[in-house]
Design a protein around this ligand. Sequence first.
Ligand code: F6R
Length: 590
Amino acid sequence: MCGIIGYVGRRTNAGVLVVEGLKRLEYRGYDSWGVACKTTDGIAIRKDIGKISAVDSLDFLKQSSLAMAHTRWATHGGVTQENAHPHVSCDGKIVVVLNGIIENYEALREELKTKGHTFVSTTDTEVIPHLIEEEMKTESDFAAAVRRACLRFEGRYGIVAMHADSPLLVAARTGSPLIVGVADDGYFIASDTPAFQDSTTTVQYLDDGEMVVTDGGSILFSDLQTGQERLKREIQITVSTVESQKGEYEHYMLKEIMEQKESIARAVNQDVDQIETLARAILEAQGTFLVGCGTAAKACMAAEYFFSVIAGHHVNFAPASEFKLYHRFLKPQSLLIAVSQSGETADTLEAMKIAKGKGAKVLAIVNAAGSTIAREADFTLHINAGPERAVASTKALTGQMAVLLLIAYAMIGKLPKGRTRLLETAAAINDMLNPRYTEFIEGIAEHIQESSDLYIIGKGWNYPMALESAIKIQEVSYVHAEGFAGGELKHGPIALIEKGTPCIALVGNDEVRTDIISNAIELKARGGFIIGISPVRHEVFDEWIKVPDVDTAQAIVNIIPVQVLAYFLAVKRGKDPDMPRNLAKSVTVK
Ligand code: F6R
């Protein structure tokens, strides 16, 4: 969600460093930005609504060795210049940026107002500099005052703070990621590693309930509650600059869709012993629960079918945001499988906390190595999809499904068969995703681009893919799209179909083919324009997008043409598919 980057050290262009870092976090999605630089005259701040990339000159940044910057994704308070971060204390000396939510901000705000503080924004964040200012009336040490203030906050947050009279950059975390980048000439503190990856690939992770204080020469991690020092390892991260760039593509979304030619094969390349151990853990668990949000949740839903059809084993799916209500079913022998691209999603982390609170074990399936979910789980499998920059998740979904399908095969002692099935699928996707194929889908996008509504149906493991198709189309093209289980149509939604309404049918060459074709025929009888995504043609299809016939992996290939269609719908409708409005790449608030 919000992006944070701070720097303190020997370089004198700290302002430029943090703004450049902020631009590398743009993909996360935001609505306003701000930057603060400590100069010889105090702290200079500039903030605005809109995109930082639209600012043509950075001349406003003064010489500085201590600076921080922020991109805001509005939660509390509208998108206005006043609400953009950083926020400052009454004396203008304490400057703070936040990622997350201070849940008790209203009470704190009232308390601070009675003590004479004035507020200029409607955000929760603004209470932070004022509370630090209040604490400094009795605690002159800036870092100690930040700690005291943090102990009063409720909620999940990551904050970075600086003071006009102090050389320090101070940060604290409970729930929202903050990572220290260790450079030769100073330290970065950021919400995500791309922010500083041009300067360093050595990192130290700040964990929940910790704070960090640095003057650019030395650094001290400590427990937020006790103040006791915490020792941290330095970890080397690998950054592929090729993977982090758009290359020949106009947008990350298309690049990442095309990368599925390789990323699925990478996901399948897992340690055999580990997959077999985890498969046994699922079989032995007294209740396995799959959780994720949005697209990751659709991978979990698909896995319900994989485990049922392939392994004959029942598991439970819940959107992570609903998992709170499942705690009654959890035992120490239960297993939670948390699926996430970013590894930072607040609701998924909350579900993990609930499961751990009941003594259950947690398996994480993530893309982002070093993320909070990856570090907090008992076991972690990485899907190795490489950085996913477009807000709309594409290659992460198919990587997640590939790993879950592999586990399903391992549960019946047929891991090699699962591997072969998935590697054949990856090869078939490689053949499928050629320029003629994407041009054909572009033509369909051209044909339906003016439609205001779009419906998608599927059955079996194509049902979660119908739901996922709707998410993809909604989020990048802003066309109203809805996915249904094909059999549900006649219980209500079919009333929406008019002459020419585009309807996508996700079809496999499987036991439910006849049923879903019947549903497509029902749609056609009401005037629906039927786009069939299927290995086999059928006369009901007005347009047929052919996909390879890959048996149990059909859901993985069927979603890919929809990703391409969503992409072209966005482009044709003049939208930026990489940065959809109102959305963030990493949803770190509940
Ligand atoms: C949609 C999308 C989101 C994410 C969801 C979970 O394209 O990307 O629905 O899937 O926010 O994010 P992760 O996977 O990072 O936990």
